[in-house]
Design a binder for this molecule. Structure first.
Ligand SMILES: Cc1cc2nc3c(=O)[nH]c(=O)nc-3n(C[C@H](O)[C@H](O)[C@H](O)COP(=O)(O)OP(=O)(O)OC[C@H]3O[C@@H](n4cnc5c(N)ncnc54)[C@H](O)[C@@H]3O)c2cc1C
Length: 442
């Protein structure tokens, strides 16, 4: 089997997962692909990001990577969600289905995005080291750099790295660089971005803070008029809790403008959130103070990426870059994992024909992506009412559902479609069970 060279842009969840499966192809080390992963942040900065969930098809995939035990040992242990009012009274609750069979709001595997990205990176690195000891090329990791140019001809992709200025050529390029994908922008053109990114009118900030006595393994979800809400959730450390602050407002252009600047705009993002939440009540004073000090603060628009096709010539998009379903879907991480798995499988099956491989990957993923992007009717607005009356009505409805224990039934009917993903056997080697390297702080 001939080997090929592949550049994966983005070392979040999808990027290193794809690389790991390419390394687990059942062929001799020398014939495995030559993989380069380009990541704009440092490995340390990869530990940013708060609660995400792995559902349904995501579980056999992490099992194949030998990661199930370490991931289950790193979860936040969230028990479910309490809907609370300004005096912290619980109006409704939805418990997690710990069997993993029903897709409740809290899944049985809730993990911090940063922790998961770290695990995916270290797993990939250890598989790469093994391949290298057997004479293969393994993975070359390039951190703190990005893409400046990308061009393709009939033979190769030609890349210029932004910081180093290096010029390199690859057979294939995968854009696994998230919602604001630079690969998507460079290859499909910035002109169409407005059509590809479907903004949901919602903006959210994620950070962690020291826990206090009122924080527990139950997520507390507080709503304030003006479509504002705050969640306080457990993290994987009992002395820290995580926060999600969100606001829905389609008319305030500033919310969008500060998101576009990414991490460069953190001060402006925090300033704007302070204005939005200073009169929100409940624990907003504590939370705004902690936000000021938070070093892992992350703010972004809540949006979906919708494209007619995920590949163009030798370039293909993976995970949020191609089909972000938004945090509201509860499916982002599961789609990233199953996309990586199916893309590696298709590349293995059509090693001589990348067009056929990309076609098969798309055929496998398209139905589940379409379902994942179909949000519950009225979402996200329905979960963040405009007025105090609207919030009261929502609390009463959720209270009735929880009183009659109907929340699980609702989840069975309208929960994320994570069990609908079919995991085909592509013949990857089973990775041995993995644990943190001893020199890696946990
Ligand atoms: C810092 C961060 C924090 C997040 N926090 C949350 C959260 O709290 N809750 C939630 O639901 N979702 C969060 N997400 C999104 C979540 O990780 C994804 O929805 C999901 O896991 C799919 O993963 P992905 O690998 O496709 O994308 P991502 O996890 O977004 O990974 C994309 C990777 O590409 C890198 N990248 C971006 N642009 C470039 C470039 N030009 N060159 C090189 N590398 C690039 C990014 O640094 C990132 O490591 C976060 C994403 C990021 C980047």
């Amino acid at each position: 089997m001939p080997s090929f060279s592949i550049l994966i842009v983005g070392c979040g969840v999808a990027g290193p997962t794809l690389a790991s499966f390419l390394l687990l192809l059942p062929n001799p080390a020398q014939e495995k692909p030559h993989i380069t992963i380009l990541e704009r942040s440092s490995p340390e900065a990869q530990s940013r990001g708060q609660n995400v969930d792995i559902r349904g098809a995501g579980v056999p995939i992490i099992r194949k990577l030998g990661l199930e035990d370490v991931i289950r040992a790193s979860t936040t242990g969230e028990e479910g969600v309490h809907f609370v009012d300004s005096s912290n009274r619980v109006w409704a609750s939805g418990a997690a289905d710990k069997s993993g069979r029903v897709q409740t709001g809290t899944s049985d595997i809730e993990i911090l995005r940063g922790r998961l990205a770290e695990i995916c990176y270290w797993r990939c690195r250890s598989l790469s080291d093994e391949v290298k000891t057997k004479g293969g090329a393994g993975v070359e990791f390039v951190f703190n750099d990005s893409l400046a140019e990308i061009e393709q001809d009939s033979e190769k992709m030609h890349i210029r790295f932004a910081k180093s200025g290096d010029r390199r050529s690859f057979d294939l390029v995968v854009g696994a660089d998230g919602l604001h994908s630079r690969v998507r922008n460079l290859v499909w053109g910035t002109a169409g971005e407005e059509d590809r990114i479907k903004r949901l009118g919602m903006y959210a900030a994620f950070f962690s803070m020291p826990s206090r006595e009122m924080d527990s393994l139950w997520r507390r979800w507080y709503h304030a008029p003006g479509r504002r809400s705050i969640m306080v959730r457990p993290s994987d450390r009992r002395d820290r809790s995580t926060v999600v602050m969100s606001v829905i407002n389609e008319d305030d252009e500033l919310l969008r403008r500060v998101a576009v600047n990414g991490r460069k705009g953190i001060e402006a993002q925090k300033r704007l959130l302070r204005e939005y939440f200073n009169d929100a009540g409940w624990e907003s004073e504590r939370i705004l103070n902690e936000m000021g000090a938070a070093e892992d603060f992350y703010y972004d628009m809540v949006a979906q990426v919708k494209m007619e096709k995920w590949s163009k010539g030798r370039v293909v998009l993976l995970g949020d870059a191609g089909y972000c379903a938004s945090p509201i879907s509860g499916m982002g991480t599961t789609l990233a994992l199953s996309g990586a798995y199916n893309l590696a499988g298709a590349l293995n099956r059509h090693i001589e024909d990348y067009t056929a491989a990309f076609g098969e990957y798309e055929d496998k993923m398209r139905p589940i992506v379409d379902r994942a992007q179909k949000l519950p009717p009225g979402a996200p607005h329905i979960f963040a009412p405009e007025t105090a009356w609207g919030i009261l009505v929502m609390r009463i409805i959720f209270g009735i559902l929880s009183w009659f224990r109907l929340a699980t039934l609702v989840a069975m009917l309208a929960g994320p479609p994570a069990n609908a993903v079919f995991i085909e056997d592509y013949g990857f080697d089973q990775a041995p069970e993995w644990n943190w390297p001893t020199n890696k702080m946990q």
